[in-house]
Design a binder for this molecule. Structure first.
Ligand code: ADP
Ligand code: MG
Length: 852
């Protein structure tokens, strides 16, 4: 039995979200049956609908709290300001904690001092939480599980956020997908024009076509834009035609100038610079701290105008979509995107810029482990295509019969033909009877809908926060940021800058390799990059057994003389294997070492990294070049064999790769994956693992539980029958299996509860006899025995659940450093050739490399 105040750890371990308890609409009372929601059901997204005050925000805050406790980060879009309440968590639950956040008007209405009111609110929260089996400890756990931050785009009350990144060229995943790119281009153009007050049709509006063309052109060429460069591009576009029309006749420059001016005025308007400062809209950095801890990033947009909101929300959805596509697939929930009051952002007929990216998210995000949760007051606020992609419906109290009818129409449309669905009439009755904070949950992954009351929220739900309050909440983060270490803040790094890709934090980027194997230790390669001016001779003639190549010219000659310097180019594969974990990595080393006249031995340790592949080597030199003097040793093929052996030797001695190793998960970081990325991946993998174990546990017990439940019902019916007083209703309501963890955990996923409910009994109106007394005794014994079996099954489940490792805290997970070194046989020199490196003769007579 789960009693009040009992620790909640048991189901937290199972990755199920505690949303509330079953609610009896007839009795208007909550039962002790826990409503536990399988987090993976959120992969098919959720929709929360109900009139103002029905408790939507309270429910969704509870959902976000549960996710955070499970280490799942969220992006929260908060148009009204009450999601910022997620910041108000007080493990001490004391009056002074509540004091700054109470509604002072409410206090004076009640005729009490603010202090007294705060004390009563603290009591209300403590008692409320206790009634739902929660305490300050759980609040503490929530606070520790994630970093909570508030962003205020266009304002400095919370953390500012820079939208500049929205115009930078998207990732290769998006560039490589025509539809996605098109979507990104269209949304960016539409939302930008929206900000200018231009309601642009992507197909007919000249403004839209022009801006979209410019964006697409720049991005496809790998160019980033910002507003200033966009303004320039509008005035002098990089294209001369649009479709088949000359640019000037399609959109004359005088008129383009007007558009450019409008954008420029926006850019110059007071306050606009706040849109351009602060953390970039980099979703990876929004979801995890620099150390890989999950975050709950709340975007407070209550202060923005409608057009600004639309602009920002569209950009954010676009960024999320771009990020989602860079993640590997998963079957576990990895992140949540929540939007409160989604009215107007994904409407049925209109096409605001937010609609397409949000629809695409609903269609595609599940494969990448991202769940979308949307809340709104009215069922018709959402496009039908959106609704049909949503698996969980939380239906709260609705205002009018018409709202209820429309909701049922929508629900019927998406659930038609599904087994276990309630009849429309039953649904209608249920929905009409819903109370405040009572929801009907329809989850396509469960067999039947359930009515429940939401649990008490851990966050103090004081209503929308003001900008001043947001400022107060953000002060500590800001202060920490000034001190150089924002606890939740994004690293000071700007968008687009590469992350430090070395696990140890050591020197990044091993340029010696073509593959970005950043974690490879960089030996002394590159220490002698300045070449002395050498004596110049004509191109030597080589014996036929010596192969000769030319490195490609990378720089500009700048009207100076070209000189080829002799050298050796080597390409080798070095394999790193680790017997214990089996991580394996092959690094390609490409180096060039000078081979000038008088050089006797080649020092491979001092060779310089070359970024090229064998295919890039040229057979012929550029015309008109001079040549440095070649060592005579290059004339004999035999020497090449020696140099090859020396290279193998050097690589064997100097090459190593450093990886991080998680002993618990038996996983190693990949070369090029930094500690933060690795920890985030460990968190994801740990959760996937856990979900797999939990699923096994569920499967194992579900059948047994259903079967026992069924047998108990029959046995109890038999007892009633023997007693000769069988009345079907009585039998049915009399049977309760108690509110065990197992029952709550299996939820409505277990087989056929509704069919079991129909176990029929027939009355046998016979008098009692000795024989019958005996029969009653036997039937009762049978019930006893079955109940014992059920208790055993529950105990077995509890024991197995307790054995589950629980959530892995990626931030705290202990990691070991692994250094992998190659064995001799793991080194394979693919190519060793004489290679002329191009140089440019500078003013002072020294040589500057044209190939590096
Ligand atoms: N889970 C909850 N725990 C505690 N109080 C709640 C909860 N849900 C709702 N409430 C109370 O009810 C009020 C209205 O609920 P809210 O969730 O804001 O409704 P909605 O978002 O549907 O308009 C909240 O301000 C809060 O006082
Ligand atoms: Mg609300």
């Amino acid at each position: 039995m789960t009693k009040e105040g009992e620790p909640m750890e048991s189901y937290e371990k199972l990755g199920v979200f505690y949303l509330g308890r079953a609610y009896d609409l007839a009795k208007k009372s909550v039962s002790d049956e826990l409503i536990l929601y399988d987090s993976r059901d959120l992969l098919t997204h959720a929709f929360c609908v109900g009139m103002t005050g029905s408790g939507k925000t309270g429910l969704c805050i509870a959902l976000l709290e549960e996710a955070a406790i499970d280490g799942i980060p969220s992006i929260v879009i908060d148009p009204k300001g009450d999601l910022a309440n997620l910041m108000l968590t007080f493990p001490g639950l004391s009056a002074p904690d509540f004091r700054p956040w109470i509604n002072e008007d409410a206090a004076s209405r009640d005729g009490v001092s603010p202090e007294a009111y705060a004390a009563s609110q603290a009591d209300l929260w403590r008692n409320g939480l206790a009634t739902w089996g929660q305490s300050g400890e759980r609040i503490e756990r929530l606070r520790n599980a994630a970093d909570f931050v508030i962003y205020t785009p266009g304002s400095e009350a919370g953390l500012p956020v820079s939208i500049l990144g929205a115009f930078t060229a998207p990732s290769s995943e998006i560039l490589g997908d025509k539809d996605l790119l098109n979507e990104r281009v269209t949304t960016t153009a539409t939302s930008l024009l929206g900000l200018l007050g231009i309601d642009a049709d992507p197909i007919r509006s000249r403004e839209h076509i022009l801006i979209a063309t410019i964006l697409e052109y720049a991005w496809e060429n790998g160019q980033d834009l910002d507003l200033a460069s966009l303004i320039h591009a509008i005035q002098s576009p990089p294209i001369s035609r649009v479709g088949v029309l000359e640019l000037e006749s399609f959109y004359p420059s005088k008129e383009r100038f007007e558009l450019a001016t409008a954008l420029n005025n926006l850019l110059a308007s007071p306050g606009f610079e706040t849109w351009l400062s602060g953390d970039p809209l980099d979703v990876d950095r929004l979801l995890y701290t620099g150390k890989g801890k999950p975050r709950v990033a709340i975007f407070y947009i209550a202060h923005l105008s409608d057009t600004e909101r639309m602009f920002f929300v569209s950009l954010l959805f676009n960024q999320i979509l771009g990020w989602v596509r860079t993640r590997p697939g998963t079957t576990s929930l990895r992140a949540l995107v929540y939007m409160d009051e989604v009215f107007g952002f994904i409407p049925p007929v209109a096409e605001p810029p937010s609609k397409r990216p949000l629809l695409t998210l609903l269609k595609q995000a599940r494969a990448y482990g991202v769940g979308v949760v949307l809340a709104t007051q009215n069922p018709v606020d959402l496009d039908y295509k959106a609704l049909s992609n949503i698996g969980t419906w939380f239906i709260g109290r609705l205002q009018t019969d018409r709202d209820r009818e429309r909701l049922l129409d929508g629900l019927e449309g998406v659930t038609a033909g599904r087994a276990g669905a309630m009849s429309r009439q039953k649904m209608e009755e249920t929905i009409s009877a819903l109370d405040k904070r009572v929801f009907l949950m329809h989850d396509i992954h469960e067999n039947e809908p359930v009515v429940f009351q939401t649990r008490w929220a851990m966050s103090y739900l004081c209503g929308p926060l003001t900008r001043q309050q947001i400022k107060t909440l953000t002060e500590p983060v800001r202060a920490a940021g000034r001190a150089g270490e924002a606890p939740g803040g994004i690293d000071q790094r700007r968008a687009g800058e590469p992350a430090d890709r070395t696990p140890s934090g050591g020197p990044a980027r091993a340029a010696a390799s073509r593959s970005p194997s950043g974690s490879a230790r960089v030996p002394a390669f590159g220490s002698s990059s300045a070449s002395p001016a050498a004596s110049v001779t004509p191109r030597p003639v080589l014996p036929p057994e010596v192969s000769e190549t030319f490195l490609p010219l990378r720089g500009s000659l700048e009207n100076t003389a070209l000189v080829y310097q002799p050298g050796l180019l080597a390409i080798a594969n070095v394999r790193f294997v680790q017997a214990r974990s089996g991580p394996e990595h092959t690094e390609t080393v490409t180096v060039w070492s000078p081979l000038e006249e008088g050089v006797e031995t080649v020092d491979w340790e001092k060779a310089r990294p070359a970024v090229l592949a064998a295919d890039d080597l040229q057979r012929q030199p550029a015309a008109g070049a001079e040549y440095g003097a070649l060592s005579s040793r290059a004339m004999s093929a035999k020497n090449f064999a020696g140099w090859r052996r020396m290279l193998s030797d050097t690589l064997y001695r100097t090459r190593s790769v450093e990886l991080l190793w998680s002993p618990r998960l038996k996983l190693a970081s990949q070369p090029g994956e930094n500690e933060r990325e690795f920890r985030i991946r460990l968190g994801d993998t740990g959760r996937e693992d856990r979900d797999y174990q939990v699923e096994r546990l569920r499967k194992k017990h579900a059948m047994k539980f259903s079967a026992l439940e069924d047998r108990i019902r029959r046995a109890e019916a038999a007892v009633e029958r023997e007693r000769g007083q069988a009345k079907q209703e009585q039998v049915q309501t009399a049977i309760s299996f108690g509110a065990t963890m197992l029952e709550a955990f299996l939820g409505r996923k277990r087989l056929g509860r509704s069919t079991l409910g129909r176990a029929t009994t027939t009355a046998r109106g016979v008098g009692r006899s000795a024989k019958q007394a005996q029969d009653i005794g036997r039937a009762e014994a049978q019930v006893q025995s079955l109940r014992q079996q059920l208790a055993d099954l529950q105990a077995e489940f509890d024991a197995e659940a307790a054995k589950l490792g629980g959530r892995l805290d990626p931030e705290m997970e202990e990691l070991e450093k692994l250094v992998l070194r190659p064995r001799k046989i793991d080194i394979d020199v693919k190519l060793l050739t004489l290679a002329w490196g191009p140089y440019r003769k500078t003013q002072d007579g020294s040589l500057a490399s044209l190939w590096e």
